[in-house]
Ligand binder design. Structure first.
Ligand code: 5GP
Ligand code: MN
Length: 321
């Protein structure tokens, strides 16, 4: 923690010395991406910085209850910023924009990825990127952390730990939860995140469950969502969030994968595990990355190509199942 502390201190000093700070995260943003972008952005405004926050795909419906979500842009307009902070993403390409000229600083908890500056704060044992944002804000000016900021950060913490099911450090996760709940009433956040699913989510889920395939004696389960499934069910890309959790939740399944065709001919893999195989390594080999128990990548081609490519790489790890 000491080394984290000194890195945070150095980073805060650097932030204090600049006027304009852009904030950005990855495509198909999850709760941690949205929470860290909104939380940091609201704080930067409050402390008097010129700032812009960007998520190429915007804030998903699931997180639209967060104050500040309406201020998040979808175009990359950080070129006039002094620096741009890349949150919760292993590399800038994950933002969906080409790498800009503006200096970058990565604040993240992913194991794999690129480094952009001496100020990068990449801490793999952090329970979520919002936890690193919280370290920064506390060091910078703890009194400025208000209810709106705390709600955004708590949303990231809740979702990235899958409601405190996983955390590289539970001690850190609960410490943050305790702090955030002392600033804001967190009672309604879980319900706002998890109990407002659109019907289209269930139409997609039914298809995904019907298509379940089991390999390696039932320890690997996979399913898929085709591009046509979106218009046919009325679902959008945001409605896929959470489907893979149903796959990994099956008794005996050690690795669950959802192959999602957001764009025709490109299969986005969403993989989840229960600790036996490091999925960030599996997905890195396919050009992606992530965490041990939650990782992803994209494979071009037909569905059969995507499945076969994945299985070919995965076979090497199957012995650990
Ligand atoms: P999800 O399945 O929710 O899309 O992603 C699970 C985890 O893997 C997240 O932490 C996400 O950032 C990471 N991830 C997903 N897709 C990719 C990818 O294409 N490249 C990299 N580097 N990480 C990914
Ligand atoms: Mn995350």
């Amino acid at each position: 923690m000491d080394s984290v502390d000194s890195k945070v201190e150095k980073l805060v000093k650097h932030f204090e010395g600049v006027k304009r700070i852009g904030v950005i995260s990855h495509v198909h943003p999850d709760g941690d991406a949205v929470g860290s972008v909104i939380g940091f952005y609201l704080f930067l405004k409050k402390i008097g910085k010129e700032t812009k926050a960007i998520l190429k795909d915007g804030v998903p419906y699931q997180y639209s209850f967060l104050d500040g979500s309406e201020e998040i842009g979808t175009q990359f307009d950080c070129t006039n910023m002094d620096l741009c902070v890349l949150l919760d993403a292993s590399e800038f390409s994950r933002t969906g924009f080409p790498k800009p000229e503006v200096p970058l600083i990565r604040v993240d908890h992913h194991k794999t990825g690129e480094f952009y500056s001496d100020y990068d704060l990449v801490v793999t044992h952090a329970p979520a990127t919002v936890s690193l944002v919280l370290e920064i804000l506390r060091k910078w000016n703890v009194d400025l952390i208000d209810e709106k900021i705390a709600r955004a950060l708590y949303t990231g913490l809740l979702t990235d730990t899958v409601s405190f099911l996983h955390a590289n450090s539970f001690t850190w996760a609960f410490k943050d939860a305790l702090f955030l709940s002392s600033i804001t009433d967190i009672e309604d956040i879980g319900s706002l995140v998890y109990e407002r699913k659109r019907k289209a989510f269930y139409y997609l889920l039914v298809r995904a469950i019907e298509r379940l395939t089991f390999k390696f004696g039932g320890k690997l389960a996979y399913t898929f969502i085709k591009n046509e499934d979106f218009p046919e069910t009325g679902a959008t890309a945001e409605d896929t969030d959470g489907i893979v959790r149903h796959v990994i939740s099956i008794d005996g399944v050690e690795v669950g994968v959802n192959f999602i065709e957001y764009e025709k001919g490109i299969w986005k893999l969403s993989a989840r595990g229960k600790g036996k195989v490091d999925l960030s390594l599996v997905c890195s080999e396919l050009g992606g990355g992530g965490h041990k128990n939650a990782a992803g990548c994209s494979i071009k081609g037909s569905l059969d190509d995507a499945i076969n490519n994945f299985l070919k790489v995965f076979e090497k790890w199957a012995g650990y199942l």
